[in-house]
Design a protein around this ligand. Sequence first.
Ligand code: NAP
Ligand code: MG
Length: 482
Amino acid sequence: MPIDRLWFDPSELLIGGVWRPAPAALPIEDPSTGSEIGLLGRGTAADIDEAVAAAGAARQGDWGRMTAAERGRILARIGQMVLARADDFAVIEATDVGKPLTQAKADALALARYMEFYAGAADKVMGDTIPYLDGYTVYTLREPHGVTGHIVPWNYPMQIVGRSVGAALAMGNACVLKPAEEASLTALAFARIAAEAGLPPGALNVVTGLGEEAGAALSSHPGVHHLSFTGSVAVGRLIQTSAAAHIVPVTLELGGKSPQVVFADADLDTALPFLVNAGIQNAGQTCSASSRILVEQSRYDDVVSRMAERYAALRVGPALLDLDLGPLISARQKEIVEGFLAMAPEGAVAARGTVLADAPKGGHYVAPTLLAGPGPDHPLAQDEIFGPAQVVIPFEDEEEAVAIANGTPYGLVASVWTENGARQMRLAKRLRAGQVFLNNYGAGGGVELPFGGVGKSGHGREKGFEALYGFSVLKTVAARHG
Ligand code: NAP
Ligand code: MG
């Protein structure tokens, strides 16, 4: 590995501005080869206690007294420093997570962009003055929660750290970050840079380790005032339950089974790359992956065969070779995905991509698979696979399209492909999702665009200006002056 690109020791935790060795270590795996490339700190509940205390102290100290403009200036510096080292971030992420280099570089640029966006936004969050009784002046203040906990998954570490820690810091919160055990390196790199950029000690603390140890300690800690979690529904439920013990607000970004709905009048040449890329990007390990493609009956065969052509050309191999897909994150994830694919009915595989013949045997490679045949109620069309597989499903008319699109417990994103403007407007309202895209999918990541789910996809919004409301609390001040 290019673990030599690391300019720090990943077995250290950041608590109160001090890097110190963790009490124990965990192996770091390169999913492209399956080999161990270093040691990660395994923080404990005691480390979380200290990190929460350090964050509380930062709120009482320099960080808590800083003006919004000064916070913005620090975020801007962090953004510039991430940009300057974007290639290092990309190589580290590609090696740690297995994502192709170009995708890892895009994540590094998104991390910088989150810093820029929240740098500019920090001093533009304003309250209201509210007309009230004679002799009163009433206004609102937006204040930080205090100490915020951030539990981040392994699939997009840089983007998710950027969107949640960036917005929380902009509002003046002090953060305790628990990255995913399988992908912590760029979170540590980010914290190093943030300190160099002048972020005061304790404003950002990083405790790496296991979800059930460090993560559970953070989500149940009485000193944490807000929790931001991205990951699985099962763990999201645990987080919300433990937050309930202290009546702490949570933002949950969970999974999805996001549809793209293709009508007969769609511009297929434009749609095709979106249809496929939204399923195979990051080897399908994307909460907003589009794993269901719903197609009006008259174009169904056409869409399946044109998607199949693209699938057949997809190549899978080590992240640093920068092919269409890298490996999955772990042997466990590969096993889960292969378990799903084994459920495909006879004859349902419309096409498969190719894993390079000389890809390292220890890597967690799965060929992307296009499925045509499982109906809308089949587990392959209902459950989040979190791997490179898409199901194509036909529909008769708009009513049926909406029923199938809304017919899962999830509601993260959805897209509609049609040239009919009235239909676009109707479906934008009728689709049950936190984001709806008309004649596109994903809108290039959308740092500026509020993001989050309904139903089992979670609640609360991150990204964009809206996140600043989630990472703050409104105070109403009523003055009676006669
Ligand atoms: P996960 O278990 O939900 O992990 C997400 C984060 O929660 C990680 O930092 C994890 O730490 C932590 N965590 C785990 N158990 C915890 C606990 N008891 N208390 C507090 N924190 C805890 O997700 P995963 O194992 O990475 O993936 C499993 C499935 O989740 C995937 O197959 C996919 O369906 C879904 N997923 C969704 C998203 C999304 O963006 N919506 C992202 C990733 C995964 P450790 O990893 O260190 O244990
Ligand atoms: Mg790793």
